[in-house]
Design a protein around this ligand. Structure first.
Ligand code: FES
Length: 156
């Protein structure tokens, strides 16, 4: 097992541990720390967390694979997640996807050294449709033009 928490994550873990009634309740914070550390959650990281929390690795795996916000493979710098649900679909999601494809040269579910492009279910900000999530930030009321400008600012 080669994964270990950084010193900062170990300190954060020690800070959080007494705040939870059972170490098992720390699964999500530990998965977030592992993801921030490596951009994704490796099997090594899952084994490390399972040992640290004294729970079966199958439990860690089931949580990490249940939530779509956890990456199970190394990620490029920017993850573009475009909402594909009804409000965004009706408000021009396809035009946003096309603009991203033109700007990055990527198709949905492809990645390069800067970007990964995926479509996701409702991001819970339907009033701002069409919307995309760029890493942890939401960008709402997009047009093809504003989407291209957003991406151009990232690679300058
Ligand atoms: S339908 Fe896109 S955010 Fe809800």
């Amino acid at each position: 097992m080669s994964f270990v928490f950084t010193e900062a994550n170990e300190a954060n873990f020690a800070h959080l541990l007494p705040r939870y009634p059972h170490p098992k309740a720390l699964v999500l914070p530990c998965l977030w720390m592992a993801q921030y550390q490596d951009t994704y959650i490796s099997m090594d990281a899952m084994h490390f967390i399972a040992k640290k929390l004294n729970v079966p690795v199958a439990h860690i795996y089931s949580v990490a694979t249940f939530y779509t916000m956890f990456n199970l493979e190394p990620m490029p710098k920017y993850h573009i997640q475009v909402c594909k649900t009804l409000s965004c679909e009706l408000c021009g999601k396809e035009d946003i996807i096309k603009a991203i494809e033109e700007e990055t040269g990527l198709k949905v579910n492809e990645s390069n050294e800067f970007f990964k492009l995926t479509q996701v279910e409702c991001l819970g900000a339907c009033a701002g449709a069409p919307i995309l999530q760029l890493n942890e930030d939401y960008h709402e009321n997009l047009t093809p033009s504003s989407t291209k400008k957003l991406l151009q600012r990232l690679v300058l």
